[in-house]
Write a protein that binds this ligand. Structure first.
Ligand code: NAD
Length: 512
């Protein structure tokens, strides 16, 4: 704390079994746009607090899973009203601690609201299936049961919407939850949990555990009484969580992780559309979206005009104060993120990139007080040994990679360990169908940026981007278990597949 100006206005507390608790060691929440400014102090939870939070969630599960699904859903209607009431404040808090520009922070709050509305709306939807049996007198049902205690571990870059993608479906289905927000954005997580409390969710159904990933997050992920881990974050942490689950005898996980997403500009693309889609995909949120494009694949015929105009427009983008309406995007989240981008910027040069826009730290005036960076754009031929066009940078760092035909573009697109998001820019309906079917991704777009999500769709990737358990609307599959339930309506027993039901003294006869 030595070098910082202590302007702490926010006080963090855990929320366990319906009570707000503080104490023990604290950690600081810093403002990424003014890195000497402490925004708040939060308790550094670990094993003991994780035990208490999981025990509270387990205790609450018994009654919550028996509560009518419609009653659970109605609490989400109340929650929606509270989010609408507080929308401006929530957006301000989100912008301050994440560095997102205000308009984008507001859009995220609205995305979270949409999830809450969606959850309320689905409460009255059928949840199971009635299936025919080969035996006329049997009725077969498929019913979803909640899995139990869900640990929700979330990243800093969508600190309001992503927790709701996970908490919403988990709670509606009758699970209880322990939510561990990112240590970079604890305040917005805490504000969200206060709204759950105000909406009337019973004590223990939603618990909040603050702390560092390797302490609180790890204790939660290892906890033997957690049934499901819903994780969104980096591949490295997600892989650690997947290993823990593989070793456990009960725990499952839904992991959404990083990417090396791309925009593909085909020979017939409209240049204007391609340029806007690329700028939004690569540099919105300062390249810190999971779906941010680190690559734009451009047909060689369009390469020269596209690259020239892209660089000219990227120079005009304003990376500045999140509260200045003229800012296109804000700072990076922390010093480690700056170091990582600088490392990849240098590596690109070492790997033979032709630099078109140098990028680097922005240090003019007030920008020197935050983690601001300018965008780097470079031309790079695809090659198997180039790390910068395969690894996630998570910052304003964009490779333009030329291609000669669709088959080559598809093979370049697929040649990374990730598979999250892909946008193809073309006027040809045959062409986009080819990309739709041959590229490896979770979210595909035509004539749009490769960013942007709507909550009633699944959200998740393949390969290193996800473990096949998408989030948002599709999370229901990860937080419920589908049980088969069979009822016999005749007085005797008839087995399926022609198997005899005869037992001593009973040959499958009906009772008198
Ligand atoms: P991160 O992996 O560093 O942290 C994510 C969460 O995991 C945080 O809450 C952190 O405290 C916790 N954590 C860290 N170490 C842990 C451990 N050992 N055990 C348990 N929990 C631990 O990620 P981040 O920097 O917050 O977010 C950026 C990353 O998230 C990027 O890679 C981005 O692509 C990815 N992301 C993916 C999606 C998606 O839907 N695929 C969405 C948003 C972000």
């Amino acid at each position: 704390m030595a070098e910082t100006t202590l302007l702490a206005t926010w006080q963090g507390e855990h929320f366990i079994d319906g009570r707000w608790l503080c104490g023990g060691e604290l950690f600081e929440n810093m403002n990424p746009a003014r890195y000497r400014e402490v925004l708040g102090l939060y308790p550094r939870g670990a094993g003991r607090e994780a035990d208490a939070a999981v025990a509270a969630a387990r205790k609450a599960f018994a009654a919550w899973r028996r509560t009518s699904r419609l009653k659970r859903g109605e609490l989400f209607l109340r929650l929606a009203g509270l989010i609408q009431r507080d929308c401006d404040t929530l957006a301000t808090v989100l912008a301050r601690e994440s560095g997102k520009v205000l308009n984008e922070a507001r859009a995220e709050v609205i995305e979270g609201l949409h999830m809450v509305e969606y959850v309320f709306g689905t409460a009255r939807q059928p949840t199971g299936q009635v299936v025919e049996s080969e035996i006329e007198a049997k009725d077969l049902y498929v019913r979803r049961k909640p899995r139990g205690v869900v640990a929700v571990i979330t990243p800093w870059n969508f600190p309001f919407a992503v927790p709701l993608w996970m908490l919403g479906p988990s709670l509606l289905e009758g699970n209880t939850a322990v939510f561990k927000p990112s240590e970079e954005t604890p305040e917005i997580g805490q504000r969200l949990v206060r709204l759950f409390e105000e909406a009337g969710f019973p004590p223990g159904t939603v618990n909040l555990l603050h702390g560092l990933g390797e302490e609180a997050g790890d204790a939660l992920a290892r906890h033997p009484d957690v049934d499901v881990i819903c994780f969104t974050g980096s591949f490295e942490v997600g892989q650690h969580i997947r290993r823990l689950c593989a070793e456990s005898d009960r725990k499952t996980c839904a992991c959404e992780m990083g990417s090396k997403s791309a925009v593909i500009v085909c020979e017939d693309a409209r240049l204007e559309l391609a340029l806007s889609a690329t700028l939004l995909s690569a540099f919105k949120t300062t390249g810190q979206r999971c779906v941010s494009a680190g690559r734009v694949l451009v047909h060689r015929r369009l390469l020269e005009p596209f690259a020239r105009e892209l660089v000219a427009r990227a120079r005009q983008l304003k990376f500045g104060d999140p509260f200045d309406p003229a800012s296109f995007a804000g700072p990076l989240i922390n010093q480690a993120a700056v170091d990582k981008v600088q490392f990849y910027n240098k590596l690109a040069v070492q790997e033979g990139a032709q630099v078109l826009l140098a990028g680097g730290r922005a240090e003019e005036g007030e920008l020197a007080e935050g983690y601001f960076m300018r965008p780097m754009i470079y031309l790079q031929e695809h090659g198997a040994d180039k790390r910068t066009i395969r690894e996630e940078v998570f910052g304003p760092h964009l490779a333009i990679i030329p291609f000669d035909d669709d088959a080559q573009a598809i093979s370049i697109y697929n040649d990374t360990p990730y598979g999250l998001s892909m946008a193809v820019i073309t006027e040809d309906y045959r062409r986009w169908r080819l990309y739709r079917d041959e590229c490896e991704y979770g979210m595909g777009y035509v004539n749009l940026p490769c960013i942007g999500a709507e909550v009633h769709l699944p959200f998740g990737g393949v390969k290193r981007s996800g473990n096949g358990q998408p989030s948002a609307a599709a999370l229901v599959d990860s937080v419920t278990h589908r049980t088969a339930f069979t009822v016999n309506h005749e007085l005797g027993i008839t087995m399926a597949q022609g198997m005899s039901a005869a037992t001593p003294g009973h040959a499958g006869r009906r009772d008198a």
